[in-house]
Design a protein around this ligand. Structure first.
Ligand code: LLP
Length: 386
């Protein structure tokens, strides 16, 4: 926890656990008692221990993608049975750890992986609960770099190979086939875009049943987006509409459970990157604010052209608005957080808040340019500057 009276060295991340709690309230209230829905936290979005423990305390499971994530989640208190393991390239060591711990499900991305899990499970005298990750050919209409459900993406088994995959899973020793996994992409703002995924799942279910198999587990992945434009006014995602699409769209059979793997919608808005203005530079064509945070601390803008809301926390209401390019200190032209952004007149030493940095922020930080990783703090409520 942060000593709120002392301004830490910048740049640093601050997580508002009170907002996280409100987000979790909204998430859990959007699920009705009769819904057979089970939410897993996509751990890859934020590794902060206070954040993750808060989520764990709510009884959510977790979605993990590597050996490191599995061991860390176990350490943080998640029961192994509530872990689901996706990942397009699972190492042997990661598979062994999942088997040893007895995780809830392996979401299998290709048929060779299925054979390897079977062999390793048999060698260890274990049975792996496996789901096949199917590439549903559903467009998430999001950024191309975070689209996963199209045939040109590397993820999952082709739709038309579903039945042969299930047949193989049922033949193999050491594996118990439980169901299917899907994930169409991330930062999906219109919940209706998940409706075509429900249609694909319904069609597949009919075919799977006709072939004599059944599913107990249907994992629809994650992807619900957040409001990057207006994080302060609209901090809590529309979980109601999201779950309503699946409640309405999926034709579930008796005893089936629907699993969700939400990351960004849970952790995105509770995290802010605080950074100091090193210089205000009057260029020949542009006016630049140079921050002490760069893409090494938050890569989303440089990598995806993402928008992040930026506030000058040191500004007074009377300061006039001016137009700035907001850049970091890294030796690359792509190290820019905003172009032609209207901000209150800024001076050296001002503190900026880069909002909506809780998901895919600190976890993607690097030490390029020999920079240290940014510190992380948390507290209940907004971070208060003196
Ligand atoms: N399940 C699977 C199989 C995934 O690949 C992902 C995210 C999730 C769940 C969680 O998705 P979410 O609910 O957070 O949208 N670094 C990018 C996002 C990459 C998402 C990767 N997979 C960004 O900063 O936008």
């Amino acid at each position: 926890m942060l000593d709120i009276n002392k301004m830490p060295n910048t740049p640093f991340y601050y997580y508002d656990l009170a907002l996280l709690e409100r987000t979790l309230d909204a998430l859990q209230q959007a699920i009705r008692p009769e819904d057979p829905f089970c939410v897993h936290y996509a751990f890859k979005s934020c590794y902060n221990a206070d954040v993750t423990r808060t989520i764990c305390a709510r009884g959510l499971g977790a979605d993990c993608v590597s050996e490191g994530e599995i061991s860390r989640l176990l350490e943080l208190g998640f029961p192994a049975s509530k872990l689901v393991f996706a990942g397009v390239g699972k190492t042997d060591a990661a598979i062994d750890l999942g088997l040893k711990a007895g995780i809830g499900a392996f979401n299998v991305e290709n048929l060779q992986e299925l054979e390897v899990i079977s062999q390793r499970a048999v060698a260890m005298g274990k049975t792996a609960r496996v789901a096949l990750r199917i590439n549903p050919n559903v467009d998430a209409h999001t950024h191309e770099k975070i689209t996963t459900g199209l045939p040109e993406n590397k993820f999952g088994i082709a739709l038309e190979d579903t039945l042969s995959g299930i047949a193989r899973a049922n033949e193999l020793p050491g594996v118990e086939f439980i169901g299917l996994h899907f994930h169409i992409g991330s930062q999906v703002l219109d919940a209706e875009l998940f409706a075509p995924l429900c249609d694909v799942i319904n069609d597949l279910q009919d075919k799977i049943e006709a072939a004599g198999y059944s599913l107990s587990y249907i994992n629809v992945g994650g992807g619900l987006g957040i409001d990057y434009q207006n994080p302060v006014g609209n901090p809590i995602p529309d979980f109601e509409s999201y779950f309503a699409v699946f409640r309405r769209g999926l034709k579930l059979r008796e005893g089936q459970q629907v699993h969700f793997e939400l990351g960004r919608s849970i952790t995105g808005q509770c995290g802010t990157l605080y950074t100091k203005v090193l210089f205000v530079k009057e260029g020949k064509q542009k006016r630049f604010v140079i921050l002490d945070a760069g893409f090494t601390d938050l890569v989303r803008v440089a990598m995806y052209g993402a928008y992040h809301h930026i506030e000058n926390c040191s500004a007074r209401p009377s300061d006039p608005l001016m137009t700035y390019d907001v850049a970091g200190p890294i030796c690359e032209s792509s190290d820019v957080f905003a172009v032609d952004r209207q901000l209150p007149q800024t001076k050296r030493g001002d503190i900026f808040a880069i909002r909506s940095a809780g998901a895919y922020g600190h976890v993607m930080a690097s030490t390029y340019n020999y920079r240290p990783l940014p510190a992380e703090y948390s507290g209940h409520g907004e971070f208060q500057l003196d």
